[in-house]
Design a protein around this ligand. Structure first.
Ligand code: SAH
Ligand code: SF4
Ligand code: F3S
Length: 456
């Protein structure tokens, strides 16, 4: 489906007359960040100007529901806005994203947060201009439940805040139904964008000076499973490799169960694919992995990780781990620790299991106490933080290519960028280097970042 905004002219006229502004508050993952860039694109094409949320006329919340605590955050923020909505004119509140695909959230908004103007789910962005038109011109509320969109919406305008790196969605939705996860219920079924649409977008980015591309999907390596012509994720990577100007290609997340040898080959032979692969483990216990419906064993995961490192020893691995899944015994958790100490991940995103109504795991009996979960998280964190300096130390004295992203936030003298392994490096440079790729020799490590010097 091609996005056409037939309300653009009418809305723009009103927006300009009233000088309306907007703000976007994004929760959740990179998929949501990417959707927010599209909301920015749509709003700016209709004349809205960006400002901070305390001043904005239109306040948009792009929500996440992967874990429970996000609900409290959203309702807290909405509650805070009630006074403005009641006392000021031209204040519009919009709630979009994953959380709104849950019926109980919609009911709660209808009952207790009646001042919200628009609720819109995932994959339905094309409906946004019409809804906004009805709110702006007829003072109508637009808060009906809409099923998660199962189509692909192409040609939505998009605005990136970064000037040199951009994310590009290649596949929407998820078919995996990991037993703990709400995403398949709120993002619909897997659907791959046509390669010509993706390549056109990336070529345009390259022409505009973008150097780094992050390909996004809940499971990027099932890209193309819904095509008849058998075009696959490795094919897409090879085609992106040919685009002049793009120097760094990243992707997330691949699913270990679908990580086949042809993909490893493409990574090995590529000059552009980053030497960092995000390989979500979730648990190191084969028993728990089965309960999670992950479709790989501890041994299969270890074999895959070793194959990747053998393909290129420069490859670093990052991962996601859930602790305290229902039924996780001390022995199961030790299996997770064992994988962590064998693989030596450069980055671990750790989560305490959060029960999500509607998922299979929500029905499993959960005997693990909260303090046990917190204790396991702490042990995992300690193991990781003990190993990280050793990995970082190996980088000292060596040279890495780094895309200069901008000034370091914490240190005025320094500039910041990332190595191919996604390690943050700070170094002395000047304005002219921003957006360029430089060689940086690593001088010292500081747990979460490295310090280095540019080598000419
Ligand atoms: N599609 C991606 C990421 C999905 S959500 C993937 O498969 O890797 C990002 C991460 O949130 C997951 O990898 C998982 O570690 C975590 N997560 C998902 N559901 C969760 C839950 N119910 N409780 C705790 N963490 C969860
Ligand atoms: Fe959730 Fe699993 Fe799909 Fe990732 S692959 S989004 S964890 S169901
Ligand atoms: Fe959250 Fe939706 Fe992403 S639930 S993690 S924002 S896909």
């Amino acid at each position: 489906m091609r996005f056409v905004n037939s309300y653009e002219t009418k809305i723009k006229k009103l927006v300009q007359e009233k000088s309306l502004t907007y703000s976007i508050d994004t929760m959740g993952c990179q998929m949501n960040e990417n959707d927010s860039s599209k909301y920015m694109g749509i709003l700016e094409s209709m004349g809205f100007r960006k400002t901070t949320s305390d001043k904005a006329n239109l306040i948009l919340f792009n929500t996440c529901c992967v874990r429970e605590n996000a609900e409290n955050t959203l309702f807290g923020r909405l509650g805070f806005l009630k006074k403005r909505k009641l006392n000021e004119e031209n204040v519009y509140i919009v709630v979009v994203g994953c959380m709104t695909q849950q019926r109980h959230i919609l009911e709660k908004i209808k009952e207790s947060y009646k001042f919200v103007d628009i609720v819109l789910g995932t994959g339905s962005m094309s409906l946004f201009p019409e809804k906004l038109y009805n709110v702006l011109f007829s003072n109508k509320k637009e808060i009906e439940y809409i099923e998660a969109g199962n189509e692909i919406e192409e040609d939505i305008p998009i605005i990136y805040e970064d000037k040199y790196k951009a994310s590009v969605s290649i596949i929407y939705g998820c078919n995996n139904f990991c037993s703990y996860c709400i995403v398949p219920y709120v993002r619909g079924r897997e659907r791959s964008r046509r390669p010509e649409d993706i390549l056109k977008d990336i070529e345009k980015l390259a022409k505009n000076g973008y150097k780094e591309i992050m390909l996004l999907g809940q499971n990027v390596n099932s890209y193309g499973n819904d095509f008849k012509d058998r075009y696959t994720f490795p094919d897409l990577l090879k085609d992106i490799e040919k685009i002049d100007g793009i120097e760094i290609i990243r992707f997330m997340s691949p699913h270990p169960k679908d990580f086949k040898d042809d993909l490893i080959e493409v990574i090995r032979n590529s000059k552009k694919i980053a030497r960092q692969i995000h390989l979500p483990l979730q648990s190191g216990s084969t028993k728990i992995l089965k309960e999670m419906n992950r479709k790989y064993t501890k041994e299969e995961y270890l074999t895959l990780a070793k194959k990747l490192k053998a393909a290129d020893p420069e490859i670093s691995l990052s991962t996601d781990i859930i602790v305290g899944f229902p039924g996780e015994s001390e022995k199961d958790f030790e299996d997770t620790l064992d994988v962590v100490s064998q693989i030596k991940f450069d980055q671990i995103y750790m989560f305490i299991y959060s029960k999500r109504e509607g998922t299979k795991a929500a029905k499993m009996e959960d005997f693990i106490t909260n303090s046990q979960k917190v204790e396991r998280l702490e042990r995992l964190k300690r193991l990781y933080e003990n190993e990280l300096p050793l990995l970082n130390k190996k980088m000292i004295g060596r040279c890495y290519k780094v895309l200069v992203e901008g000034k370091s936030k914490n240190n005025d003298e320094f500039y910041t960028g990332r190595t191919s392994q996604n390690k943050v490096v700070i170094f002395k440079a000047d304005e002219k280097r921003i957006g360029k790729i430089v060689n940086v020799k690593i001088d010292s490590e500081h747990l979460w970042y490295l310090k280095g010097t540019i080598e000419e």
